[in-house]
Structures are given as structure tokens and as C-alpha cells.
Write a protein that binds this ligand. Sequence first.
Ligand code: PLP
Length: 399
Amino acid sequence: PFSFTPPGRNHLFVPGPVNIHDRVLRAMNVPGQNHRDPWFAEFYKEVLEDSKFVFQTKEATPFIFPSTGTGGWESALQNTLSPGDKVVTFRYGQFSHLWIDMQQRMGLDVHAVDVPWGEGVHEDKLEQILKQDTGKKIKAVCVVHNETTTGVTSDVKGCRDAMTRANHPALLLVDGVSSIGALNFRMDEWGVDVAVTGSQKAMSLPTGLAYVAASKKALEAHKTAQLKRCFFDWADYLKSNPVGSTPYTPSLNLLYGTKESIAMLKEEGFDNVVARHHRLAEGVRQAVAGWGLKTLCKEDRWKSDSLTVVETPGVDSNKIVKAAFAKYDLSLGVGLSQINGKVFRIGHLGNMNELMLAGALMGAEMSMRDAGMNIVPGSGVSRAVDYWQKTTPIIPTRE
Ligand code: PLP
């Protein structure tokens, strides 16, 4: 059979899995090792401590599971809640939908608040729901910080403020799968009780780890939570973490990758990491405007710096994604579920810089033209280039 490997690199611009830095790849490139050898304990304790950086927490207890973001969701729910507990979750995309589905399957009593896709959590509505709960039956508010289906970032601090205004004691559980490590996220400052992310997003690693952090209040709730749990039971980790061991075989290579990836984020500095994602995203948004198109995100305050979701009215966006991969070796994100065929997604998470993203925008322009759209070549790229040329800082070691 005919086989052909395209020259050059695949241009990976989906919002996870993401591009991985060579430094991280090298750190993970180790032969098999025994996690029961004496060196492991100190190493593992360091990785756990490091992981607090991405959550911006000093107070919370970190857990690292061989899993994905979905496992992190499960861990957050089953360790803090009991069968029949009432939870409130806004639904504004496929991931908030799937989390709600899990909450229902786990036997929770879910108050799902549907808002149009393209919007985020309405804090006033949340406040109203909590105020009406005079018997304090609601045990948790679940928020998907960055909805990767729609390119909408909800205001987690705004949610906490709404809970405070309602004087409500519910836990705040946050899916930060496509935000933590890229966007501004401050677990302690914002009063988040459980935060969850996965390795293949902003952590810029391969898929395979779920990172969870639990506040003191969440650990208190854990003591009485009755949902069945085994693999993700915090109780086992609360015994093993302090002595630097794990309840079962850890994913050692991914832990090496985690250490290196967080070292790189620390070198860059938290605020710079957030600013970088904002700059990359803003360039892409400029390009979308240059194309004469719109993002799905309905309000400026919700625009996502993790990914941009571009509407393609009148054109099947799957054709664009297909052409991008088939002709230019460019991987763009398809529209998920009810918006399949209506949007395509450009991820700007992970190891990436302005010129890489400029290549993706160029590929998007060519692919949109391939799909029959009337896009002037360079119309988006030129806007992004103009913005990036003015805003990209000098690399600190090259001044
Ligand atoms: N939550 C969000 C916001 C996501 O984007 C994803 C995956 O893309 C998930 C949860 C599920 O994570 P995973 O696929 O790692 O299980």
C-alpha cells in the first residue's frame, strides 16, 4: 500500500492535546524506573509541591492521578458529596454538559442551568438560585472555568462573590481543564474548594494525568462524603502523599514532564504566562475580525485566551478542518455537538509562540478559501501580525 509522510511538522492547533516543548520531551525520555527505589519519595513530594503553583495555592492539598480531566471531575465530586446531594451547574457547551451527565450518573440531584452556547455563568442568576435555597440544600456549585466547546471563560471569582452575597455555604468545584496553567486562576484568593485540570492542556504534556487540588473545606467535606469511590479516593492519597508514595503505580514519565513543565512556567512567571496567552489570543481575535467573521463568544468579558471559536455562517466548517489537515498538515478543532459544522476552533494553549500561530492563521485562511469562503489572503494574518509586532516582548535572555 502507498504510504507517505508529509514533510515538515504537523501544525497542532487544537485546544488540547497541545505542542510539547523539547525540554519537556527530553525530561520524559527516560528508561523504565522503579518508583519504589529510595529516590522516588523526595522527587514525588517535590512534584506535588510544584503543582500548587499552577493552581496558585498555598493552602490546598494537591493530588495527581494517572487519568485525564474526566477522572479529575469524578474525583472532585465523589470525594466531597453524597448520593442525592443537590448541586448547581451551568451548562453552556459540551464539557459542562458532560460534567452534568456525570453528576447525574453518580446519583446527584443536579440543578442544570442552561444558557445559550457562547455565554458563561450568569452570576446574578447563580446568586438568585442560592438565595432561594433557604434550607441550604445545595452542597456544591460546579463551574467549567473555560468552556472548550465555545471559547467562553466564565468569571470564577464572580461566582464566588455571588455565593458570598447569597451567604451560601456550598462548595465551589471548578473544572480548570483548559484554563489552569494558562489563564488567570487563583485558587486561594477566589475561594475555590476543588480545582481540576489535565496534563494535555495548559500543562503542555501528553495526556495521562489529572491534577486536583482540594481546599481545607473540601477536605472537611471529604470526611462525611458518602459517594462510592476507589481509584480516586483522597483517603488513600492523604496517607501516601506525605511519605512520597502512591496508592498504585504512578505515571513516572509524566511526572518528570510535570516537573519540567512547571519549572518552565515558574521561570516565565505566572503573570507573564497569563499575559502570553492573552497576547496570542488577542492576535487571533484580531485575525477573525480581519476575516470579517465573528467569534461564538457573545460578550467581551467572557472571551477566552485558551482558544478562539470562529463562526462560519453558510459554510460547513468541517470542510475547513478537513482541508487544513489534508492540504496543509494543520490540525484545527472541529465544532462539537450542536455546533458541529458551524464553527472551527483554534487552540492557543501549550508550547507555542506568535510565529507558530501566524502559520496556523495562514493555514486557516487557505482552508477557508478551499471550503469556498470569500476570504482575502492575508486579511486576518496582517491584523494579527500588526498586533503581535507591537506587543511581543523581547525574550529576556536575548536583550
Ligand atoms: N473539561 C474541559 C473544559 C475540557 O476541555 C475537557 C477536554 O477537552 C474535559 C473537561 C475532559 O478532559 P479529558 O478529555 O482530559 O478527560
